[in-house]
Design a protein around this ligand. Structure first.
Ligand SMILES: *[C@@H]1O[C@H](CO)[C@@H](O)[C@H](O)[C@H]1NC(C)=O
Ligand SMILES: *[C@@H]1O[C@H](CO)[C@@H](O)[C@H](O)[C@H]1NC(C)=O
Ligand SMILES: *[C@@H]1O[C@H](CO)[C@@H](O)[C@H](O)[C@H]1NC(C)=O
Ligand SMILES: *[C@@H]1O[C@H](CO)[C@@H](O)[C@H](O)[C@H]1NC(C)=O
Ligand SMILES: *[C@@H]1O[C@H](CO)[C@@H](O)[C@H](O)[C@H]1NC(C)=O
Length: 347
């Protein structure tokens, strides 16, 4: 199956979102935590250039903040919920660091770019290695000092752009996908080690979601089935990642590295949405879709500005916002499932 899920994991305002989820995590703690974020569109809060990011186009952001904000969703994304949980504002996107007052850097920084991966992807944006280079430079410039780093948490999202790129270049070559996973892991371990080496105390890494359930993949079955081969790929990826993090913890004699299981969280969240879904659609149908699959996307317009996409009545009732990304309410539900793991970030 052609796999152009590149459009996927992509898309940016200077929103200091005071997320309305309850601050139940680190709130009353002594010193404010800083959150440093790396990865792709599941956590990007505004790093794409406004002129090219679909995240800066209508109808992205309609639920929150009411206009496009550089997030690849109708509203908040995982980063917003985690920051809120940690009792801090959503950290500023790297791209905006010079446009804002210094005090706006005190919640950490978000280096994630939608569409990117551990390795280079079809999106011509900074890969994770480069994102860490950006972070390293700020640490070297003492924008963040030892005390800041001592009270910091890292968040890494790897949602599948590496695989989308691999499959776009090696059509149908699912057999060798396992070798590719190993390649991703080797680099990811280096990346995680580097972030820790720069002084970040705790690092949460997402296990990959069931890639076969992404609407782009499920469309061929009218959203009635997930693509099992891709879900198996996700499981393999997650086993390896789990092992890598255990090894890193053992090497460090620590519990610094934790996993956020998006695989299970997607399924439990999907279950909640299925009740509102059209019969048999498993809740996989996105709220916003291009009028012609593969040709137009959520946000596409013609020369006169007329919409080439359809949008559902209430995005709150859809788990998926577009063919690649959960809606705000979808993320809210995923976040609820991750709460027990998040606890480990602050204890
Ligand atoms: C990341 O991007 C940089 C700059 O383009 C490149 O030199 C490097 O090889 C890339 N790293 C990986 C692991 O793909
Ligand atoms: C969905 O999967 C079920 C069980 O694996 C199968 O019987 C059914 O034919 C599939 N439906 C479509 C539309 O692919
Ligand atoms: C990861 O490891 C933990 C404990 O070691 C285990 O409970 C969990 O099922 C593993 N997850 C995956 C995806 O392998
Ligand atoms: C690992 O940490 C535990 C608890 O902090 C400590 O008792 C133990 O000696 C440490 N082991 C090594 C090899 O450093
Ligand atoms: C969707 O949910 C948000 C947050 O809970 C709420 O503010 C908004 O009014 C809801 N929108 C609709 C159309 O129900």
């Amino acid at each position: 199956m052609p796999f152009s899920f590149f459009h996927l994991l992509c898309y940016i305002t200077i929103i200091f979102a005071e997320v309305d989820a309850v601050n139940e995590g680190a709130s009353k703690s002594k010193s404010k935590l800083r959150l440093f974020v790396f990865g792709d569109s599941y956590v990007d809060t505004g790093n794409w250039r406004k002129s090219i990011g679909s995240s800066w186009k209508e109808p992205y952001g309609i639920t929150f903040p009411g206009k496009p904000s550089g997030r690849f969703s109708d509203g908040r994304v995982l980063t917003d919920y985690i920051a809120s949980y940690l009792g801090i504002r959503t950290p500023i996107a790297y791209k905006w660091r010079k446009e804002v007052k210094r005090s706006n850097l005190e919640y950490g920084m978000n280096f994630a770019y939608g569409g990117t991966g551990v390795l280079d992807t079809l999106a011509n944006q900074p890969n994770m290695t480069t994102q860490i280079d950006f972070f390293q430079r700020l640490v070297e410039q003492k924008v963040y000092g030892k005390q800041d780093l001592d009270n910091s948490v890292g968040l890494i999202s790897v949602a599948g752009n590496d695989y989308a790129t691999y499959l776009a270049r090696n059509t149908h070559d699912l057999q060798k996908l396992g070798d590719f996973t190993k390649k991703i892991m080797d680099q990811l371990e280096i990346n995680i080690d580097r972030i820790r080496g720069l002084g970040v105390k705790r690092i949460a890494v997402t296990l990959i979601e069931p890639m076969g359930c992404i609407p782009l993949q499920a469309a061929s079955s009218s959203y009635s089935n997930c693509t099992q081969a891709l879900n198996l790929g996700s499981k393999f990826h997650n086993q390896m990642l789990n092992q890598s993090l255990q090894n890193l913890n053992a090497k460090d004699n620590s519990t610094a590295f934790i996993t956020l299981d998006l695989y299970d969280a997607f399924f439990s969240a999907l279950n909640k949405f299925t009740t509102h879904a059209p019969a048999g659609s498993l809740g996989l149908k996105p709220c916003c879709e291009g009028k012609e699959m593969g040709k137009y996307y959520c946000g596409s317009v013609d020369e006169s500005g007329a919409k080439l996409y359809t949008i559902c009545e209430n995005p709150n009732l859809s788990f998926f916002w577009d063919t690649l990304h959960p809606s705000q309410n979808g993320w809210h539900s995923i976040f609820s499932s991750l709460r027990s793991s998040l606890h480990k970030l602050t204890t």
